[in-house]
Design a binder for this molecule. Structure first.
Ligand SMILES: Nc1ncnc2c1ncn2[C@@H]1O[C@H](COP(=O)(O)OP(=O)(O)OP(=O)(O)O)[C@@H](O)[C@H]1O
Length: 309
C-alpha cells in the first residue's frame, strides 16, 4: 500500500532523512519510532506531500506520489502532530469543511460526517464548538478529519500526545478496527513504546535521519540476538547446582551475585520450565521475575540512548 524507495531529504547542507526505504502492506500497522529530531515528521510530511523529497520515490497503492499526487491523496488520510481544527466551529462543521475539501458534497458528505462522528463516539457532542472540548476530544476530531475520505492508508504523527487514557484507548481501538474491518494500512509514529509494542506488527527505528532497524519485534530481537531476563532470588544453593544453570534449555548466560541469579534467556523460552529446571538442580528459589525484551531496550541497544531523551 505504501512504498518508500531510497528517500532523502536535505535542508541545504543538513540531511534530515537519508536513504530511507520501507513498505507497508494492506491491513498492516507499521510503527515509526525514534527520538526527538530523528526525522519521523519529515518522513510523514513527505508521504503527505507537505515536503518534497530531495531524492527517492514514494508510491501509494502502486501510484507514484510525484507523478500523480492527486490520486495518491484521495487514498490517504493524515493525522498531524499539531491540532489542525477550527476551534470556533463545531466538530460536525469541522468534519463537513474538511470533507468538502476531499470533494465530498450533499448527502454523501452529511452521511460520512455522521459515520465519522459515530466512529469517534462524539455523535451526542457533534454540535458543540470544538473550543469547548477537552484535549482528548479535540484529538479525536483531529483524527476523524483524516477518516473523512475513507482512506486506504492512514498516517498518524504522534496522535495521542498529552491525552487522557480514555481518548487514547479509543483512538488505538479505532485504528485496530479500521485495519481489521476495512484493511486500512497504517503508519504510526510515536514516542510511546508501549503503544507501538501493542499496536504495530512491524517497526522502523529512525535515528539521525537513518532507518537503523526494520522488522517485527520478534525479528529484531533475533537479528540483535537480544535476550529476555529472568532474575531469581534464592535461599539455598550449592556451587554445583549454580554451575549447572547454563545447561538449562533456553539459558544463554548466567550470573550469580549474593542471593540473586540473573539468567539471560532466548526470547520465547518457557519461563515456568526454566524455573522448574532451576528447582530440580537443587536451588531453593524464593521469588523470580521475568522481563521480556521490549522495543525500548532494542532501541537502547542500537543507539545507546533512551527513546524519550
Ligand atoms: N525546515 C527545516 N530546516 C532545517 N532543518 C529542519 C527543518 N525541519 C526539520 N529540520 C530538522 O530535521 C531533523 C528531523 O526533524 P523531524 O521534525 O522530522 O524529527 P522528528 O523525529 O519528527 O522529531 P519529533 O519527535 O521531535 O517530532 C531535525 O534535526 C530538525 O531540526
Amino acid at each position: 500500500m505504501l512504498r518508500l524507495k531510497n528517500i532523502t531529504k536535505k535542508y541545504k547542507d543538513f540531511t534530515a532523512v537519508e536513504d530511507v526505504s520501507f513498505e507497508v502492506g494492506k491491513g498492516e500497522i507499521f510503527g515509526l519510532l525514534g527520538p526527538n529530531g530523528a526525522g519521523k515528521s519529515t518522513i510523514v510530511s513527505m508521504i503527505g506531500t507537505i515536503l518534497q523529497p530531495t531524492k527517492g520515490e514514494i508510491f501509494i497503492d502502486g501510484i507514484s506520489l510525484s507523478e500523480n499526487p492527486h490520486d495518491c491523496k484521495t487514498r490517504m488520510g493524515i493525522v498531524p502532530q499539531e491540532l489542525a481544527l477550527y476551534q470556533s466551529l463545531t466538530a460536525r462543521d469541522n468534519l463537513e469543511f474538511f470533507g468538502s475539501l476531499y470533494g465530498l458534497y450533499g448527502n454523501r458528505l452529511k452521511q460520512r460526517v455522521s459515520e465519522v462522528l459515530d466512529i469517534l463516539k462524539l455523535t451526542g457532542k457533534g454540535n458543540q464548538e470544538v473550543s469547548e472540548y477537552s484535549g482528548g476530544m479535540k484529538r479525536r476530531v483531529n483524527f476523524g478529519i483524516a477518516l473523512m475520505n475513507s482512506p486506504k492508508l492512514l498516517i498518524l504523527d504522534e496522535p495521542t500526545v498529552g491525552i487522557d487514557p480514555q481518548s487514547r484507548s479509543h483512538i488505538l481501538d479505532t485504528i485496530r478496527r479500521l485495519k481489521e474491518e476495512k484493511g486500512v494500512a497504517v503508519v504510526y509514529t510515536s514516542h510511546y513504546m508501549e503503544e507501538v509494542e501493542c499496536l504495530c506488527e512491524r517497526v522502523g527505528i529512525v535515528d539521525h535521519g537513518n532507518l537503523i532497524a526494520l522488522g517485527s519485534k520478534d525479528g529484531l530481537k533475533q537479528e540483535l540476538d537480544a535476550c529476555d531476563t529472568l532474575t531469581a532470588s534464592f535461599s539455598k544453593a550449592n556451587p554445583d547446582a549454580l554451575k549447572r544453570l547454563e545447561t538449562i534449555r533456553g539459558v544463554k548466560r548466567t550470573s550469580v551475585e549474593k542471593d540473586m541469579i540473573t539468567l539471560l534467556v532466548s526470547p520465547g523460552s518457557n519461563v515456568l520450565d526454566i524455573v522448574e529446571d532451576m528447582k530440580n538442580t537443587g536451588i531453593r528459589l524464593t521469588s523470580f521475575q521475568y522481563e521480556e525484551i521490549n522495543l525500548e531496550s532494542i532501541f537502547l541497544q542500537l543507539t545507546g540512548k533512551s527513546l524519550r531523551n
